[in-house]
Design a protein around this ligand. Structure first.
Ligand code: MSP
Length: 608
């Protein structure tokens, strides 16, 4: 089996040796057996193989693992729903897709949060990790793997990873002196720090990016030779301009890499941080939480034994705040360990609430459980994915959810389903027949033609919709995919309105045939929308497709063949009984009483 690698190195012998191995899994072993001097300068297989997923039909998608020092909020759910949407989409395309999420449970801030709650850290982590699982279940997050960094399999993976980096000479004992932000678990250079005052009016230093307080830290610990990877990373990003999406975030990373890239402290003294994984062979040091956390992506797929199959097809979904960790530290660690780099890093922006950053102190943290109760799972998912624009921050407030869901789900989509399956128009309740006479392929063909130019435009738009949706989903522009679907729903409603089938005489043969044709075209449109909407609103999509009588095995991406009768082919759905559920697709949402129009669902304290 041949895999396309781009091996960038000036050492011909190594190229020769590496190219003897077709599969990177074996390459790792070659690298392990090389002298560390060679390895240091030998680089790594860059995984430029963007089409490996396509050829192997394997796909591995991850969310960041969530800190357990705070309970889940809609920002977390947005990350998870976005990844879930990609995973479901890949499944529908026939991929063997793996989708990992989980919780990040080590580090000082978790240790402090457990202390504050007066709980044993592991018990504390277990409780909050469970609350993430519950929320994900309520939000229809169909993960295949759930990882907790306190699991044994993860500790073993991290220890192994550490030892590989160490044995290759990328980790050395040194002294770190500089700024550290505990809330961000991040080391900062002087240029990333600014002056500020705390609530008591005292002068403090804060991280320019997050605004969190930083402390000066000086301690002996282990350092990772990050500086050695600056050039390679720059080269990788330059030759793979689509790795980070949207592209604006790739530019940010390139800017970051233009600056100095100091070596990175990858451990903390045990006396300061106990809650973590000890450095192998040095119980006085604890591994830096970000190194620990990032390895979760490998743990899930069986590192160090069985990860090869999945590691060439990994795609990360992350929020913009953790870009540096995923686009600089992580690829550098992987390069050092001799592992392929991720195929894509999808970045999204943040949700604010009523124009403000979500924060416990402001009391404006939106509780996803409460939001699901009010708006339903599909309502919340639709809102987040329809309004969430990866490039820029989005604002949440309840009224916005209500307005959007009512207009696009209840009225437009629900109304369309209701109208074109109504027993008054379709007393037999079967998938009606299409008659070419009234809607010929060639507009100059028939005298009885009833379709008008707008109808042809609609048919064309719906035919092109799958390709458009696919393009947008591949770029993780879910909002654009939904915008396109919503525009087509409007066209189909316009089509029904224009031809007013309720005015036709069902006892007249021609009228009846035309009525059936109108319904057939409308149901075909709905069938397309139902299939395309599955990754976003799985519950509603199921309702639509079941009502149309579309069987589960007829709902994949392959079934997106629209209006085949129009092309003169047989439609196997014609005459099939519609599904029995005539209920409302999406009940209109009402504003809760006693609330001002722009009130968010507030969450006061952590659910424990
Ligand atoms: N534990 C780290 C990730 C380690 S991955 C190896 C972490 N956890 S987090 O809980 O703080 O954030 C998890 C995800 O939620 C991140 O992608 C982050 O961007 C996202 N969000 C947190 N707040 C958010 C919003 N207000 N809006 C959108 N997403 C947000 O970082």
């Amino acid at each position: 089996m041949k895999f396309p690698f781009c091996i960038l190195t000036s050492n011909r012998t190594i190229i020769q040796r590496l190219s003897n191995y077709a599969f990177y899994g074996r390459l790792q072993h070659v690298q392990h057996s090389m002298p560390s001097k060679c390895i240091k300068h030998c680089p790594v297989l860059r995984c430029v193989c963007t089409d490996i997923s396509q050829r192997t039909k394997a796909y591995y998608i991850t969310t960041p693992i969530f800190y357990v020092n705070a309970s889940p909020h809609i920002g977390h759910v947005y990350t998870a729903v976005t990844a879930d949407c990609l995973h479901r989409y890949k499944l529908l395309q026939g991929y063997h897709s793996r989708f990992a999420t989980g919780t990040d449970e080590h580090g000082l801030k978790i240790q402090q949060a457990a202390d504050k709650a007066d709980k044993d850290p592991l018990r504390f982590c277990t409780e909050v990790s469970e609350s993430f699982r519950n929320v994900f279940q309520r939000c229809g997050i169909l993960y295949t793997d759930y990882i907790r960094t306190t699991e044994k399999r993860h500790r073993q993976a991290v220890e192994h990873f550490w030892m590989v980096l160490h044995s290759k000479g990328f980790i050395y004992k040194g002294t770190y002196e500089g700024w550290y932000s505990t809330p961000d678990e991040s080391f900062l250079t002087p240029t990333q720090v600014t002056d500020s005052t705390d609530s008591m009016g005292r002068q403090i230093k804060v991280s320019t990016e997050s605004g969190h307080k930083v402390e000066w830290m000086k301690e002996d610990n282990y350092m990772f030779r990050l500086s050695e990877f600056r050039e390679e990373l720059l080269q990788w990003f330059r030759s793979n301009p689509k790795t980070i999406q949207p592209v604006k975030f790739q530019h940010l990373v390139l800017q970051l890499l233009e600056d100095d890239l100091p070596d990175l402290s990858v451990s903390r003294q045990k006396s300061r941080l106990q809650w973590g994984i000890s450095v192998p062979g040095d119980p006085e040091q604890t591994i830096y939480v970000w190194l620990d956390a990032l390895v979760n992506y490998l743990t899930v797929v069986g590192y160090p034994q069985n990860h090869s199959q999945w590691w060439t097809v990994v795609h990360h979904v992350i929020g913009k705040d953790i870009l540096k960790f995923h686009a600089v530290y992580w690829p550098a660690f992987l390069l050092a360990a001799g592992l392929p780099l991720p195929q894509t890093i999808y970045v999204h922006s943040h949700w604010t609430v009523e124009g403000k950053k979500m924060s416990k102190s402001l009391g404006n943290v939106v509780n996803p459980q409460a939001a699901v109760e009010k708006f339903t799972m599909d309502g919340l998912r639709y809102f987040l994915l329809r309004q969430g624009v990866p490039d820029s921050d989005c604002d949440y407030y309840d009224d916005k959810v209500i307005k959007l869901c009512n207009s696009e789900l209840a009225d437009a989509l629900g109304g369309l389903l209701n109208r074109c399956t109504a027993p008054s128009l379709n007393p037999k309740q079967v998938y009606p027949e299409f008659c070419n006479t009234f809607f010929p392929k060639d507009t100059s063909e028939g005298l009885d033609e009833k379709a008008v130019s707008e109808d042809y435009r609609m048919v064309e738009a719906v035919s092109l919709l799958p390709v458009l949706v696919e393009q947008h989903l591949e770029n993780l522009h879910v909002y654009k995919a939904l915008e396109a679907i919503s525009a087509c729903v409007r066209l189909t409603n316009g089509f029904i309105q224009r031809h007013a089938p309720w005015k036709l005489d069902q006892n007249d043969t021609k009228d009846k045939q035309w009525l059936d044709t109108i319904l057939h075209v409308s149901l075909e449109c709905l069938r397309m929308y139902g299939i395309l909407l599955q990754p976003v609103v799985p519950g509603l999509a199921d309702k639509i497709l079941s009502r149309l009588g579309v069987k589960p095995e007829e709902r994949s991406w392959d079934s997106l063949k629209f209006l085949v009768k129009h092309d003169g082919r047989d439609c196997h759905l014609e005459g099939r009984a519609l599904g029995p559920d005539m209920g409302v697709l999406f009940s209109r949402l009402e504003r809760s009483q006693g609330r001002t129009p722009k009130t968010a669902t507030r969450q006061k304290s952590k659910p424990q």
